[in-house]
Design a protein around this ligand. Structure first.
Ligand SMILES: C[S@@+](CC[C@H](N)C(=O)[O-])C[C@H]1O[C@@H](n2cnc3c(N)ncnc32)[C@H](O)[C@@H]1O
Length: 505
């Protein structure tokens, strides 16, 4: 049993939260630092238990530093254990931290374990590790968990990020302009991967040297040489590989050029309140309001907020409030075999929506030009020229038009993979009406709109979701800067708050 294990088993003081198999790894790597005047930084204090464990192991001479986002952790500070309060994903805070503490021998990242936290901390703090120090990132299993921003092979996960470090270590040998020698190449000796832990072992690295000493007995030319000449080599499999590589290079070049053009036209749209046309997926997309287009494009195609996983090869998606059609486009690209039913009643936006369905050649959508409601009827609809029209809610001087409605509940008698409800204030009534059939719905997105000076229903919506067995995640959509002060500054037209609700089982 290692000293760490013994300490942990007998610990009755402040709680320590570690996976049991970490103790052997600590023992292997930390042994050589025992009773030295080393500098440790731990991200994540929790109850202060691990800080006491490091003290017990490394002795009184160790300089221990820690950071935590929870100000209550400051109470565990002692004369030679200093605690900084701040977030490990706040670059400014980490820069300040670096100005306050000496170079680190051992860094242990046991903080919040989200992808962004692990990556930002690594990018800021790696350079502050001594040349022969260690950087340990713990709980890498969160790289496989969606709720931490991970997911198997998700390029944004820390695991995928760290795989690029393997390339950097080998960059000495790169013949590709995309892989260049960098500071990491020159300062990292090895990456040691364990279940849930990565240890980066630092050491100043010189360019590698390959040598041969002693007598040559067998002539060198009798040994095969991997000198694959793309022109002379006739192996069909090699030709295939080379062709694939060439296509990949051409694609990357094309995508880079195309992406820059796209970025430019999207930014042009951002600055305009007028309508326009843009090329998306090599086809025309028409919008009625540049900024509205930009905001939605960003949410959907850059932040991918509607992305979901499904085992259903033909998922069924209900899109209530399809507006100009960006969400339909997103769903049809991401889930080409999906059946999409889209609802949109606003006459000012419908021409754009219909034109986009046609020009983007979206085949798997049925468009219902009606509002979703709790019954089939005719209602007054106030439009804001397509920015967010709404039912039965007076809207400045606007003159309402009559629209037809459908009862959303009527569409929930079969399994629905994804239900999107962005209906500008009618969401509570509609969801309440649908409650009994929600067991048929796998994932729900709702944009909740709190109507200025009227009763709020966020809690009622969350209760419906809870009763029907969903977990929910909330994200700010529109909110005010100083909610206690600016309650009269309405966030968006008649609303004083808007929250995105993501519900899943
Ligand atoms: C797993 S616990 C730390 C456990 C502790 N090292 C131990 O072994 O007992 C995670 C800690 O990270 C902190 N934390 C969460 N998000 C953070 C962030 N963004 N920046 C800094 N600390 C954070 C939490 O407040 C919590 O105290």
């Amino acid at each position: 049993m290692t000293q760490f294990q013994k300490y942990f088993e007998n610990n009755k003081a402040n709680a320590i939260h570690k996976w049991v198999h970490y103790f052997d790894i600590y023992d292997f790597w930390f042994r050589k630092y025992k009773n030295k005047t080393l500098v440790i930084l731990e991200i994540g204090v929790f109850q202060g238990g691990s800080l006491k464990m490091w003290r017990d192991y490394f002795g009184e001479d160790a300089k221990i530093f820690a950071i935590d986002i929870n100000p209550l952790c400051k109470q565990f500070e002692t004369t030679n254990t200093k605690i900084f309060i701040g977030s490990q994903e706040d670059k400014e805070f980490l820069k300040y931290l670096k100005s306050q503490i000496p170079k680190i021998d051992i860094l242990i990242d046991d903080g919040g374990h989200t992808m962004n936290q692990q990556i930002v901390s690594f990018e800021e703090l790696y350079e502050h590790i001594n040349d022969d120090g260690l950087y340990l990132c713990e709980d890498l299993h969160t790289s496989y968990w969606d709720n931490y921003g991970g997911g198997y092979k998700n390029p944004k996960s820390f695991i995928e990020y760290s795989k690029n470090l393997i390339d950097s270590i080998n960059a000495w040998h790169s013949r590709d302009s995309l892989l260049k020698i960098n500071e990491f190449t020159k300062s990292a000796y090895a990456l040691h991967y364990y279940d849930s832990i990565l240890v980066v072992e630092k050491k100043l690295i010189k360019p590698p040297v390959s040598v041969m000493k002693g007598e040559i007995i067998i002539p060198i030319e009798t040994f095969p040489s991997p000198n694959i000449n793309p022109i002379k080599n006739t192996s069909p499999s090699m030709v295939k590989i080379l062709r694939k590589r060439l296509i990949k290079i051409l694609k990357t070049v094309y995508q880079k050029v195309f992406y820059t053009q796209l970025q430019k036209s999207i930014l042009d749209a951002k600055n305009s309140k007028n309508g326009g046309v843009i090329t998306l997926f090599e086809k025309k997309f028409y919008y009625h309001h540049g900024l509205a287009f930009y905001d939605t494009y960003k949410e959907l195609f850059l932040n991918n907020i509607y992305e979901f996983k499904t085992n259903n090869p033909n998922p069924i998606i209900l899109d209530c409030g399809a507006n100009m059609g960006l969400s339909i486009l997103f769903f049809s690209k991401k889930y080409p075999n999906a059946e999409i039913i889209a609802f949109e009643p606003d006459e000012t936006v419908l021409p754009f929506l219909e034109k986009n369905i046609q020009s983007q050649n979206i085949k798997n959508v049925e468009l219902i030009k009606k509002a979703v409601w709790t019954s089939e009827t005719d209602l007054r609809f106030y439009t804001d020229s397509g920015l967010g029209g709404r039912l039965e809610m007076e809207y400045g001087e606007k003159i309402p038009t009559e629209v037809k409605t459908v009862r959303l509940k009527d569409f929930l008698h079969r399994s629905i993979d994804f239900l999107k409800i962005d209906i500008e204030g009618a969401e509570y009534e509609v969801l309440k009406d649908c409650e009994k059939l929600l067991f048929n719905v796998d994932k729900i997105f709702i944009e909740y709109h709190s109507i200025y000076n009227e009763e709020q229903h966020l809690d009622d919506i969350l209760n419906i979701l809870k009763r029907q067995g969903y977990r929910y995640h909330l994200k700010q959509s529109f909110s005010r800067q100083k909610p206690f002060l600016d309650y009269q500054n309405i966030v968006n037209e008649k609303f004083d708050m808007a929250i995105n609700i993501f519900a899943y089982k």
